[in-house]
Design a protein around this ligand. Structure first.
Ligand SMILES: *[C@@H]1O[C@H](CO)[C@@H](O)[C@H](O)[C@H]1NC(C)=O
Ligand SMILES: *[C@@H]1O[C@H](CO)[C@@H](O)[C@H](O)[C@H]1NC(C)=O
Ligand SMILES: *[C@@H]1O[C@H](CO)[C@@H](O)[C@H](O)[C@H]1NC(C)=O
Length: 366
């Protein structure tokens, strides 16, 4: 893992900032169009992919700062130049296909990766920004598998900034309807996006105090909590779940990797657009915003009769981040990651307002 000294980090940050402002200036003058990708969740791996390489999928990885492709024995190892493709978009529909050159590293893997982590030049969004003359900003709406929440497993990503409209488009630009935002931070040189939390509450009662470093991951299926955070959170969850507000919560045998599972036949009486009626988990972020996790983002339907709290105990202690928010907790809300502003923005859980990440109109504009 790359662990820069503070001074060199500052210099690199300044270099990146000046490079970014050059691109932003270019985007104002050059009038490039953002690029659109359909995002699919793979049922067996829980990975999210987009068909960016000749129609073949690349894994979207918020923790990788580069593009990597499976090695081609003939071309050899190292850095390769490749052609990627997507559709330009006005935020409502695909407009026209675009192909562009990209620099990738070759990896001994069967599937390529579109790294979305912060990077000056090598990440997928940075390369889109440079070649399309658009902002280094992405809007990411990860789909669910359609089992617990609505949606047909096709989400949407727009690289280069908004707007982003769902069907029907008269609801407006969702990149401008954020429920909250928080400043992005580095974390000990780890690649990826991190924010700071001031605490985590269950049903408005603080369970864990801050400050807590919270990362985002699109390659772990469920939020992983450091053991010293997981313990108190589950204790607070149990207290709330056994209280008078949740008479439908009946514990049943645990189903790995989860520890708190419930009879979902009983839970069904509480089902609403928010998902099952279970204690609300509230990650209070630096700056005052709250990342709310309601039933639709917390309860995993493991079989027809059982739904489990989709948080897991991470094996990492000490210097690890307090929490890594995983795919299931990111699904069906729009994330807006703005590298220029160093800001993570997020909408409310879309199912709560009768939408999902599958409500983008992928029909070509007439
Ligand atoms: C562009 O959009 C059309 C219509 O949704 C789709 O069929 C096509 O695969 C897209 N092209 C790329 C390169 O993603
Ligand atoms: C779950 O609840 C239903 C309805 O009350 C009941 O019939 C069933 O036996 C329960 N299952 C378990 C495993 O407790
Ligand atoms: C999707 O976009 C196409 C092209 O603009 C339009 O004809 C169609 O009505 C849209 N579909 C919905 C459901 O809005």
């Amino acid at each position: 893992m790359w662990n820069p000294k503070p001074q060199s980090f500052l210099i690199i940050s300044l270099l990146c900032m000046s490079a970014l402002s050059t691109w932003t200036a270019a985007s104002n003058g050059g009038g490039g169009k953002p690029l659109l990708a359909a995002v699919t969740k793979d049922a067996s791996t829980s990975l999210y992919t987009a068909p960016l390489k000749d129609g073949r999928p690349l894994v979207l990885d918020l923790s990788s700062p580069a593009i990597s492709l499976p090695c081609d024995a003939k071309k050899g190892k190292g850095t390769v130049t490749t052609t990627l493709s997507a559709n330009a978009t006005d935020g409502k529909n695909p407009l026209f296909p675009v192909s562009f050159p990209a620099v990738a590293t070759c990896a001994a893997a069967v599937v390529g990766v579109a790294g979305l982590a912060p990077s000056g030049r090598s990440s997928f969004p940075a390369q889109v920004a440079r070649t399309q003359k658009v902002a280094n900003k992405m809007a990411l709406c990860l789909p669910s598998d359609g089992k617990t929440t609505s949606g047909d497993s096709v989400g949407v990503a727009i690289f280069g900034g908004g707007p982003l409209f769902f069907i029907p488009p008269d609801r407006g630009d969702f990149t401008a309807m954020l429920a909250g935002a928080a400043r992005l931070h580095g974390f000990h040189g780890s690649p990826g996006y991190f924010v700071f939390a001031t605490g985590i509450a269950v049903e408005q009662k603080q369970a864990v105090g801050g400050p807590l470093a919270v990362g985002l991951s699109s390659t772990i299926p469920y939020t992983a909590l450091r053991p010293d955070v997981y313990g108190p959170l589950v204790k607070a969850w149990d207290q709330a779940a056994s209280g008078p507000s949740f008479p439908w919560m009946q514990r049943v045998a645990a189903v790995a990797p989860f520890e708190r599972c419930y009879n979902s036949t009983k839970l069904a009486v509480s089902l609403s657009r928010l998902g099952y009626g279970v204690p609300q988990i509230d990650v209070a972020l630096e700056g005052g915003a709250s990342f709310l996790v309601v039933g639709g983002n917390s309860m995993v339907q493991v079989d027809a009769d059982t739904a489990c709290l989709g948080f897991v105990r991470s094996s990492k202690g000490g210097q690890a981040p307090a929490a890594i928010i995983g795919g299931f907790q990111l699904e069906n809300r729009l994330l807006v990651i703005d590298e220029d502003k160093q800001q993570l923005g997020f909408t409310t859980f879309l199912n709560a307002i009768g939408l999902s990440c599958s409500n983008f109109n992928f029909t070509h504009a007439a």
